[in-house]
Design a protein around this ligand. Structure first.
Ligand SMILES: *[C@@H]1O[C@H](CO)[C@@H](O)[C@H](O)[C@H]1NC(C)=O
Ligand SMILES: *[C@@H]1O[C@H](CO)[C@@H](O)[C@H](O)[C@H]1NC(C)=O
Ligand SMILES: *[C@@H]1O[C@H](CO)[C@@H](O)[C@H](O)[C@H]1NC(C)=O
Ligand SMILES: *[C@@H]1O[C@H](CO)[C@@H](O)[C@H](O)[C@H]1NC(C)=O
Ligand SMILES: *[C@@H]1O[C@H](CO)[C@@H](O)[C@H](O)[C@H]1NC(C)=O
Ligand SMILES: *[C@@H]1O[C@H](CO)[C@@H](O)[C@H](O)[C@H]1NC(C)=O
Ligand SMILES: *[C@@H]1O[C@H](CO)[C@@H](O)[C@H](O)[C@H]1NC(C)=O
Ligand SMILES: *[C@@H]1O[C@H](CO)[C@@H](O)[C@H](O)[C@H]1NC(C)=O
Ligand SMILES: *[C@@H]1O[C@H](CO)[C@@H](O)[C@H](O)[C@H]1NC(C)=O
Ligand SMILES: *[C@@H]1O[C@H](CO)[C@@H](O)[C@H](O)[C@H]1NC(C)=O
Ligand SMILES: *[C@@H]1O[C@H](CO)[C@@H](O)[C@H](O)[C@H]1NC(C)=O
Length: 676
């Protein structure tokens, strides 16, 4: 144990008696370090007086995204725009004069569409609303655009606009295209035929809300949705809707036409690989195939097979197909004629080639720079939206705590509600067993701090989460708010196994009186339905006894501020998670959400409502094209405690989650400063 004596003596306690509660806790050697973590932090004022306060939320998206144009061999690369803000998903117009693209220049998270000359001049807004506008392509005549918008009830649909008049109409939410609205029903990546008579696109309509991973006693082990796409075509006026290509259990995406209009090329991968393709730990085992079909007959031809996630196929004028491959060691721009531009030193995404095959446009993204407190687009103008790292929680004394995950090493930090005086409470990197690789992939760390009502303690889980939770340990810990002392509350082991009843505990929440902690358990045998390793438990801090509240597939419990109920997430069927509440004794369970998609990760708001993330609107973009994310379809919703009055708070193409309302009163007047 490497605990400096100076820190131990401050409390008049040593770590040893606390650790002695738990025979396995010795694996959690911890060295205290109270230096503030080094990361950018924008200081800010309180919001304007006509707003109610700050609405904090987390977004999983690149921190920067900037468009570049280059020759097809990668040479002569230049930034496309002189005033880049956050741009992506660029495409050349068929006459080669324009580049259309998406920009978030009207607010972080609010996707709008624009066009600009290939030399960067004549920037022009095409459609900008508070909904998503994305994936814009110009028609061969140059008179129309087709694009994706979520104006139709937050769902991604294809729209067409006549540029000169601004007249716009949707072509995929019509009687002709009517699909089952309770299933995925999104439409993505439109592409004009060379004669302008057709628009091809991908869609997950009438598919299902699928998870991923191995079969378990209820569905599959991984809860994040995967995507089953087929290729369709429709006339720009919305007639003649038809399916072009489909494969049950597969995802067929990003269609593009051959120059004679006879074939459509696209990528094809198993549905499971749509998950692997956007996760850093599994992308290198994922693959896709570039195929094409004859538009009239549907006859299929494999164009590029083998390993690697091959995406963004596009015909070049000589009928070679250009495409992009992502994954370590393979990143780059390829053509079937043998062209290759190695882009492994940067993150290039969504390349599109000019009609003459001489130029390529793409975005470069970076992942580490959206700072704490960065202003986001406010979908509810009464609140100023701001970025936070994950699991934000405000104490009764208006002190803010969170897991510093995207901005750090998944340690617990606290600060004043106004963002000042940031302080490291628990540094998980000084434990002996957490591995840097798993922490940096977001799979391990100190997760979900919860305040004791007197503001003196924070409880959280330290260990391995998500898909690593069955094989690796999770310890419940509580630490003093000033970070000088911690105590391990439940035992675990670094490696869990079938022959051991030692399990993974995490995601704790203090009761309103500070006497109890509710948390979730998981073990090696949970996926077989072993009730002793499933559900929510209650730890009595006085007696140290643990009682069983539930034995279902439950997670993320939170005591209501009045202590009357616990909100939590339950897997209610093989493919569906819902937000529920119950009394603290485990009775009177109420299911508050009913979409067939995942509704989860609920927290109480300052005014006694429940905010959570929903997948019910489906994906806004093709799943396999994302990076570094878990649930890119997630949007934040708030509802009354009985499940009524649901109100959608976000509408972006990114994974939005972790809501926390901090009213002006809390920002202006934090009665207690955390002590050092
Ligand atoms: C950019 O291209 C347009 C159209 O070809 C031309 O009118 C304009 O002068 C060019 N601008 C610059 C700065 O070269
Ligand atoms: C989409 O188009 C259909 C058919 O024209 C129309 O009935 C529907 O109202 C449109 N939806 C929206 C949101 O405009
Ligand atoms: C729509 O899908 C849901 C969920 O699978 C199913 O229960 C329902 O019967 C479907 N409705 C129609 C009209 O097919
Ligand atoms: C839509 O376009 C097709 C093909 O151009 C045409 O045959 C059809 O009459 C049009 N439908 C309507 C309602 O205008
Ligand atoms: C591609 O992935 C599938 C599904 O994971 C796998 O069955 C197949 O062997 C892989 N093919 C190659 C060439 O790696
Ligand atoms: C791209 O360059 C990197 C760094 O030089 C190298 O490791 C990688 O193998 C190259 N990729 C290919 C496909 O050649
Ligand atoms: C994360 O951990 C590494 C290795 O221990 C350390 O160098 C780095 O400073 C830490 N970053 C933060 C933000 O704490
Ligand atoms: C840290 O907090 C504990 C519990 O509130 C308190 O007893 C102790 O004095 C504090 N230590 C310092 C150095 O402020
Ligand atoms: C328990 O099972 C693991 C494999 O899951 C094995 O490596 C280990 O030796 C077993 N331990 C005992 C005590 O049987
Ligand atoms: C876990 O399941 C295996 C296989 O069913 C069984 O042999 C083992 O005893 C179980 N372990 C525990 C701790 O219940
Ligand atoms: C931030 O809040 C703290 C605690 O209430 C207060 O002492 C400090 O003056 C505030 N700082 C600013 C810049 O508002």
């Amino acid at each position: 144990m490497r605990v400096p004596n100076t820190l131990i003596s401050l409390l008049g306690l040593t770590s040893t008696p606390a650790l002695a509660l738990c025979p396995y806790a010795a694996q959690m050697g911890i060295e205290k370090r109270n230096t503030p973590p080094p990361h950018p932090h924008i200081p800010r004022d309180t919001p304007s007086s006509d707003q109610k306060g700050v609405f904090y939320m987390n977004r999983i998206a690149p921190g920067t995204s900037k468009l570049y144009i280059a020759d097809i061999d990668g040479s002569n690369e230049q930034p496309l725009l002189s005033n880049s803000v956050f741009e992506y998903h660029a495409e050349f117009s068929p006459n080669g004069e324009w580049i259309t693209f998406t920009s978030e220049r009207n607010g972080d998270g609010n996707s709008d569409i624009y066009r600009v000359r290939t030399n960067g001049s004549d920037l022009e807004e095409l459609v900008a609303t508070s909904s998503v506008e994305d994936s814009v392509v110009m028609s061969p005549s140059g008179k129309h655009i087709a694009y994706v918008s979520t104006t139709n009830g937050y769902k991604a649909n294809i729209w067409v606009m006549e540029i000169e008049s601004g007249k716009k109409w949707n072509i995929t939410d019509t009687p002709l295209t009517k699909a089952n609205a309770s299933l995925p029903d999104g439409y993505f990546r439109p592409s004009w035929s060379p004669d302008g008579e057709w628009i091809a696109f991908s869609s997950d309509r009438n598919s299902g809300w699928y998870g991923h991973g191995d079969p378990v006693f209820m569905g599959v082990s991984g809860w994040e949705h995967t995507q089953e796409l087929s290729i369709y075509a429709i006339r720009p006026n919305g007639s003649d809707f038809r399916q072009v290509a489909t494969r049950s259990g597969w995802s067929l995406g990003s269609p593009k036409w051959s120059s004679d209009g006879k074939r459509i090329t696209f990528y094809e991968m198993t549905r499971e690989n749509t998950w692997n393709s956007h996760r850093p730990e599994s992308i290198d085992s994922a693959n896709s195939t570039i195929v094409s079909v004859d538009f009239e007959t549907g006859s299929r031809r494999v164009e590029v097979q083998g390993t690697g996630v091959k995406i963004f196929p596009q015909y070049l004028p000589n009928d070679n197909i250009a495409y992009f491959t992502k994954g370590s060691g393979k990143e780059g721009l390829y053509t079937t004629g043998g062209g290759f531009v190695n882009t492994s030193s940067v993150t290039v995404r969504s390349p599109a080639w000019s009609p003459d095959g001489k130029k390529v446009v793409y975005e470069k993204t970076e992942w580490n720079v959206r700072p704490m407190d960065k202003k986001l687009y406010s979908w509810d103008p009464e609140w100023e939206y701001r970025f936070t790292d994950v699991f934000p929680q405000l104490s009764n004394q208006n002190v803010f705590a969170m897991t510093e995950k995207q901005l750090g090493n998944s340690s617990i930090v606290s600060m004043n509600a106004n963002g000042t005086n940031e302080h490291l409470v628990f540094n998980d990197m000084t434990t002996d067993f957490l591995e840097t690789a798993e922490v940096s992939q977001g799979l391990a760390g100190a997760f979900q701090p919860s305040w004791s009502p007197d503001g003196k303690w924070l409880t959280f889980g330290v260990g391995f989460w998500f898909q690593t939770r069955a094989e690796s340990g999770g310890w419940l810990v509580r630490a003093t708010a000033n970070g000088t002392y911690y105590e391990v509350l439940t035992q675990s082991e670094t490696t869990l196994s079938a022959n051991s009843s030692i399990i993974n505990s995490g995601f704790p929440s203090f009761s309103h009186d500070g006497k109890k902690i509710v948390f979730r358990v998981w073990g090696y045998n949970s996926t077989q339905g072993d009730k002793s390793q499933l559900g929510l438990r209650m730890l009595d801090l006085e007696t140290r006894k643990i009682s069983v509240l539930t034995t279902e597939w439950d997670n993320l419990p939170f005591f209501s501020p009045d202590g009357e109920r616990i909100v939590f997430t339950r897997k209610v069927s093989g493919t569906n998670y819902d937000v529920c509440t119950m009394r603290p004794d485990g009775t009177d369970i109420k299911v508050l959400t009913s979409s067939g998609a995942n509704d989860a990760h609920a927290v109480w708001t300052h005014d006694g409502r429940i905010a959570y993330s929903t997948g019910m609107f489906g994906f806004q973009y093709e799943c396999a094209l994302y990076d570094q994310t878990f649930q890119p379809y997630g949007q934040v919703v708030v509802m009354d405690a009985d499940g009524s009055n649901k109100q959608v708070l976000t509408d972006s193409i990114w994974e939005d989650s972790m809501p926390l309302f901090v009213p002006n009163a809390a920002l202006n007047n934090s009665p207690k400063k955390p002590r050092h």
